[in-house]
Write a protein that binds this ligand. Structure first.
Ligand code: NDP
Ligand code: GDR
Length: 362
């Protein structure tokens, strides 16, 4: 019998990688997608199966984490062996603009799924994965951060995720549900949303390289992050649900770089000459050898409260799940740059041939 998985957030970066991974493992994969005014399934279109075909193993349902009745109906219909709760308003900066919605979707949304499992009597059947985050550590109390490090969330997003974390632990303890938190540190890929810093950098520098953009505006360049590859991390999400007993795990590479480092790696990959101001970059950004400003700081991108440094200790995952980080940052940057260069070349061609390319990325 094929196992049945339900993925919330299937149209996102992780959802797309996880769906592909589970299909390769012969799962029947159901996903929840939101209704949008434009197509929002670009990342999973290659997995699409015609609804007219019988024996489909990839099925999408309309739904939203803010709608309990919809979630209960889908779970009742699908009877999943595993639920991966990846759906979230996942942008930290945007959560300061939409704090109530973020709490509803990211915090209470998690509760809605766990309650649905309970209400439908699926406590012994359905295993639950919660997409927890290194943002929980926020104002870090210990370096590196591990499963026992105290939390200190620094954004409405992180506070909502804190609720998601603890309600997952509580339902495991109270009702015996096999429920796990994956405390994942930043993970990126060519499928990363264009407004997260890594993709914003690779996208902009490739366009600068092709003469399609003049300058990249960013916020805090000194922030330190532990960046891994999303493809490696979704495998860990699955592995957490295959153990004898449920547990919570930090997934990280154990290596830390700054936003500046990331810019440098991408610039090196593209052989764009960047001249550093003194030892590094000054607060106003930096210039090329020609003196032209390619990267500049715009305070609009500063956050009311920032998470300055994150570095994970993945020892527990290494020991119990056999985890080892596969993709070094330079390799990840190269893959992202290559993909964005293709997109920029395509957009450039369209522009030259007279098709308008809209760019709303900030
Ligand atoms: P994305 O932003 O790429 O994807 C988020 C997904 O959630 C999208 O499919 C989005 O739909 C969906 N979604 C948003 N709001 C709702 C809602 N109210 N109801 C239903 N679906 C909704 O995130 P990632 O794939 O990068 O991350 C996956 C999860 O892991 C998220 O929960 C994130 O918070 C968490 N996480 C991510 C990390 C990372 O570095 N990537 C690190 C740690 C945790 P749509 O496509 O329509 O917008
Ligand atoms: P983060 O990722 O907040 O860590 O959350 P993001 O890429 O948005 O920011 C990383 C760091 O870069 C700094 N930064 C900028 N960030 C953005 N987005 N845009 C800019 O212009 C910019 N300039 C500097 C930020 O201030 C920050 O310090 C991601 C999300 O995927 C979350 O959902 C997830 O939980 C965490 O990673 C782990």
């Amino acid at each position: 019998m094929n196992k049945v998985a339900l993925i919330t957030g299937i149209t996102g970066q992780d959802g797309a990688y996880l769906a592909e991974f589970l299909l390769k493992k012969d799962y029947i994969v159901h996903g929840i997608k939101r209704r949008a005014s434009l197509f929002n399934t670009e990342r999973i279109d290659h997995l699409y199966q015609d609804p007219q075909v019988s024996n489909r193993n990839f099925v999408l349902h309309y739904g939203d984490l803010t709608d309990s009745t919809n979630l209960i109906r889908i779970i009742q219909q699908v009877q999943p062996d595993e639920i991966y709760n990846l759906a979230a308003m996942s942008h930290v900066a945007v959560s300061f603009d939409t704090p109530e919605y973020t709490a509803n979707a990211d915090g209470i949304g998690t509760l809605r799924l766990l309650e649905a499992i309970r209400l439908l009597g699926l406590e012994k059947k359905t295993r639950f994965y919660q997409a927890s985050t290194s943002e929980l550590y926020g104002l870090v109390q210990e370096i590196p951060q591990k499963e026992t490090t105290p939390f200190y969330p620094r954004s409405p997003y992180a506070v909502a995720k804190l609720y998601g974390y603890w309600i997952t632990v509580n339902y495991r303890e109270a009702y015996g549900i096999y429920a796990c938190n994956g405390i994942l540190f930043n993970h990126e890929s060519p499928l990363r949303g264009e407004t997260f810093v890594t993709r914003k950098i690779t996208r902009a520098l490739t366009r600068i390289k092709l003469g399609m953009q003049d300058c990249l505006y960013l916020g805090n360049l000194s922030a330190l992050r532990d960046w891994g590859h999303a493809r490696d991390y979704v495998e860990m999400q699955w592995l957490m649900l295959q153990q004898e007993t449920p547990d919570d795990f930090v997934i990280a590479t154990g290596v830390q770089y700054s936003v500046r480092d990331f810019i440098n790696f991408a610039a090196q990959e593209l052989t764009i000459g960047l001249r550093w101001e003194g030892e590094g970059i000054d607060e106003k950004g930096y210039c090329t050898q020609t003196g032209k400003c390619l990267v500049a700081v715009d305070p609009r991108y500063f956050r009311p409260t920032e998470v300055e440094t994150l570095l994970g200790d993945p020892s527990k995952a290494k020991e119990k799940l056999g985890w080892f980080p596969k993709t070094p940052l330079k390799e990840l940057v190269a893959e992202m740059v290559k993909a964005d260069l293709n997109v920029a070349e395509r957009d450039g061609l369209c522009q030259r041939e007279g098709f308008k390319v809209f760019d709303h990325t900030e």
